[in-house]
Design a protein around this ligand. Sequence first.
Ligand SMILES: Cc1cc2nc3c(=O)[nH]c(=O)nc-3n(C[C@H](O)[C@H](O)[C@H](O)COP(=O)(O)OP(=O)(O)OC[C@H]3O[C@@H](n4cnc5c(N)ncnc54)[C@H](O)[C@@H]3O)c2cc1C
Length: 278
Amino acid sequence: MYGRVESTEQITPSIVRVVLGGEGLDGFEMPAATDAYLNLAIAPSGAPYDAVFDPKAVRAEHAREWWPARRRYTVRAWDGTRRLLTIDFVVHGDEGVAGPWARHARPGDVLVFEGPGSGYTPDPGADWYLFAGDESALPAIAASLGAVPAGRTVVVRLVCDDAEHELALETPGRLDLRWLHRRGAEEPARLLLDAVAALELPAGRADVFVHGEADEIRGLRRHLLAERGMDRSAMSCSPYWRRTMTDEAWRAVKADFVASMDADLDAATGADSTADRP
Ligand SMILES: Cc1cc2nc3c(=O)[nH]c(=O)nc-3n(C[C@H](O)[C@H](O)[C@H](O)COP(=O)(O)OP(=O)(O)OC[C@H]3O[C@@H](n4cnc5c(N)ncnc54)[C@H](O)[C@@H]3O)c2cc1C
């Protein structure tokens, strides 16, 4: 499938919102999940095929140097009536493929993708919710906040560069939101863990969503399961990206990383673990 860029908007200094529309979205079906994600296929510049292409056919018919880069991005919103699909891209400097694509995207540009896949929807039976993550998880967290039952406690801890990078978030729940600022922090990579470790957890059954940078997620997962004794079946936990690694490099080691994440948890709890992660 593909979308054509209808508009782009810089919604924070580091996030570009891209709205896609057009005939390429005919047949797009949005799952009920709030973390639905697409596998984007971004062609290298000068690729010897059309802007609208079939990623599988390109991989079969062209040399590897022309294969599109694969990147996963969350569907921030899908308007089925107007057939508009919104994606929020973190633009993290000039590095990478998808971030620079979003920065330079202009109306009419084509974005090819496969999917959507998904894994998480807020459990309507939970007593309270915990969402923790960084800007890459913000689209899924913002979509999920809209889907929690009215009046339920929703604890949100989000890391971003500074106050200018914060976004307004809406939920029918009772929101306990704290933004954590990397700028000026002694150990920015510990902000989320320290903030969650400092929480007095509400009573009752929790539903937990922890997605973002791999090492931060690993620390949070270990803390919540091993030290707080949370129920792993009530936790959606996904290391979306890894500091210092391109997505290609990260995908090559992700399975081993996840296995070691489970192993250090098993060492702490004496259990056998499997995590749920797209
Ligand atoms: C299921 C899923 C859903 C996701 N949804 C979103 C989403 O909605 N929006 C979003 O922005 N990201 C999302 N991500 C994360 C995104 O796929 C990665 O951040 C990806 O690596 C970005 O690709 P790139 O081409 O811009 O950079 P890459 O070429 O992969 O990396 C280049 C450099 O940038 C660094 N880098 C990568 N991502 C970040 C970041 N977020 N902040 C700072 N440095 C970074 C890398 O460590 C590397 O050093 C999602 C990931 C998954 C698995």
